[in-house]
Structure formats: C-alpha cells, structure tokens
Write a protein that binds this ligand. Structure first.
Ligand SMILES: Nc1ncnc2c1ncn2[C@@H]1O[C@H](COP(=O)(O)OP(=O)(O)OP(=O)(O)O)[C@@H](O)[C@H]1O
Length: 330
C-alpha cells in the first residue's frame, strides 16, 4: 500500500467530522418465522471506523444487506446524510455507500484495472448512445475513469498488477482489489464484510493500515470481522449483535470487558440474553424427550434382566485360577 491520497471530486463538500452519516433506526429483518435482525439502531458519524461483531448467524451480513438496499427491512429506516435510502443497491451506491462482500465478488476474467473502472460506473454521466458512438465526451470520460482507477490501484498497492486478470491475483490482493473497486464509486461510507477473512497476520496488518488510510481520506467505515484483535485495534466503537439484537455498543475496552460479550462468544448463556427464552424452551424439550426415552427403555426391559446361558458368548470359559506353570510363563 502507498501513502498516496485519493483525489476527491471537485465540489464535493464533506460534512464536518462527527456529523451523523448513516443512521439505522429500529431495523428489523424477518425471514418467515426467523428474525435475523431485531430492532437494531446504529449510527456512523463522519471520520469514524465502527466495528460490527457477533457470533456466526448473529445477523451481521443481513444487517449490511438492509443498509445497502439488497433487502428491504421488515421494519425500521436507514438514513444517509439525513435522507431515507431507497431500497435499491444501485441508488444506495449513488447516494454514497459502497461495500465489499464476505465472498469475494470480482469480475474474474477482467483485468484488475477494468474491475476498478467498472466500480466508477455510477459516477460517469455518459449514456449508452454516447458509448456506442464513442464521441469525444465518451473518450474523455473513459480516460478520466482510467486515470482515477490507476490512482486507486496505487493507493491500495496494486498498480503494478493493473493488467493482470483478477482471478490470477492471490487471495489477499483480491480483497484489496474489491476495496479499490468500492472506492471507485467515491463513497462517503464504506462497508467491509470480513475484509481479512482467509488472510495471514501480515496481510491482516496491511489491511488494517489500508483501512486507516481510507478513513484519513474522509471516508467513514463500518466493518464486520471475526478477528477481535483486528477490530479492537481499528475501531472507534464496536457494536455486538447476538441473535439479531444489539447487545452492547462502545469503545474497545468497554466491549472487550463486557461479560455478556464474553459469554456470547463462549456460548455460555447469561440472564436476559437475546434468545435465552427460546434456548430454555429447547433445553426443556430435550430434557423431556430424554426422560420419555428413558422411561420407554425401562418399560421394555424385564425387571430381573440377567444374561442367560443362551446369551453368553459361545467361547465363554469359566474363569479358573492360573496354574503354577502358567504364572511362570508371564
Ligand atoms: N435470505 C435468507 N433467508 C432466510 N434466512 C436467512 C437469509 N439470510 C440469512 N438468513 C438467516 O439469518 C440469520 C443471520 O444470518 P447472517 O448471515 O446475517 O449472520 P452473520 O452474523 O452474518 O453470520 P456469519 O458471521 O456466519 O456470516 C441466520 O440464521 C441465517 O440462516
């Protein structure tokens, strides 16, 4: 990664640091009878890096999908710079939110540079007709997109691989390319879903530096990650989701020392835990089923159940004390 800066578009007036950028209020997402996200509030201010953690299946990615228009929340609202976001991914990107995915989604057979150029598509003003005619306006836009993409590749440290096919990059570099492509849409907020998944410690450290550098360019960040050390080093605040509900939100020291968080990760139930009632119901049902099975076994067994001669193995021999000569052979 280089320490280059990213050129912000002319006339882009960034709000003052600490201004609410993203405001999710009462976001709930149900899939049939399953409540994957339950009444979650979260605010991300300009200049912040916010972490979102929680055990597997806690609802983190579903929450991201609600923020980025992939899902229409069953209840609640998502505002960006004060405006309710339309539930259409393309419009959310246009509004200023970009994201990466847990499973890398690059155009594998396009070059690294082309992948980033595609990411800037929502900011270019040329229509299909202009593209077909390839007039001077189109060529100028194409050149600008290319220059901007190269600048982003330099920023993430991939400029030397601009002409490589995306699928030939090592895993860690594919993740960097995804970030560069997201940055090409000129976001004010970047959502990262497990950016260090599958990375070695060295790659994780480089990604951490990259995220700080992105924040220093005036882009706020909301990041899902399972690597606690990474999250607690990086984030100004961290929110913890457990079974779709926000358990706690705070700085690293607060979240790290909260016994409910520790319990949620170790799987130890605690009083008032989200889903505790359901867990107790399941436990009671299991205990009941075990009791019923035990009772049935007892009923089937004869009261004086003793192995009969017929049940004994055919080669069973009566045990005899070893003779003196046998003991000598040992
Ligand atoms: N499209 C869907 N239809 C039905 N259920 C879904 C759907 N998407 C997610 N879920 C369920 O919602 C719950 C939350 O899943 P989600 O992927 O958001 O969790 P997560 O915290 O991101 O987990 P992980 O850390 O493992 O990625 C899970 O029980 C999951 O099976």
């Amino acid at each position: 990664m280089t320490t280059d800066t990213i050129t912000t578009p002319a006339g882009n007036t960034a709000p003052a640091p600490g201004t609410p950028l993203l405001q999710a209020g009462g976001v709930t997402m149900r899939f049939g009878g399953l409540t994957a996200v339950n009444n979650v509030d979260l605010t991300v201010n300009t200049g912040e890096i916010i972490g979102l953690i929680g055990p597997n299946g806690a609802g983190k990615t579903t929450f991201f999908n609600c923020l980025t228009g992939l899902y229409v929340p069953t209840e609640g609202t998502v505002r960006y710079q004060g405006n309710i976001l339309p539930a259409k991914p393309f419009k959310v990107t246009q509004a200023g939110i970009a994201r990466t995915f847990q499973n890398i989604r690059l155009f594998a057979n396009m070059t690294v540079l082309e992948n980033v150029i595609v990411g800037s598509h929502c900011r270019t003003k040329q229509g299909i007709l202009s593209a077909l005619l390839r007039g001077p306006g189109f060529r100028r836009t194409e050149r600008e997109s290319r220059d901007k993409a190269m600048e982003l590749l330099r920023f993430v440290g991939l400029d030397g691989k601009a002409e490589h096919l995306a699928r030939n990059l090592p895993y860690g570099e594919q993740r960097k390319l995804e970030i560069a492509r997201a940055l090409a849409s000129e976001p004010g907020l970047l959502l990262l879903d497990e950016p260090t998944a599958g990375m070695n410690p060295q790659e994780t450290r480089v990604t951490e530096e990259l995220i700080f550098a992105i924040r220093d360019q005036g882009i706020a960040i909301l990041v899902i990650e399972h690597d606690m050390r990474f999250i607690f080093n990086l984030c100004d605040r961290t929110a913890v989701l457990v079974q779709g509900q926000k358990l706690i939100e705070g700085d690293s020291a607060t979240v790290q020392s909260d016994e409910r968080v520790i319990a949620a990760y170790l799987g130890t139930p605690f009083e008032g835990a989200p889903g505790e009632e359901e867990a107790q119901e399941v436990q009671a049902a299991e205990a009941h089923a075990a009791e019923a099975a035990g009772a049935a076994d007892t009923a089937e067994e004869p009261a004086d159940a003793q192995p009969t001669a017929a049940q004994e193995p055919a080669d069973a021999q009566p045990t005899e004390a070893p003779t003196e000569s046998e003991e000598d052979a040992k």
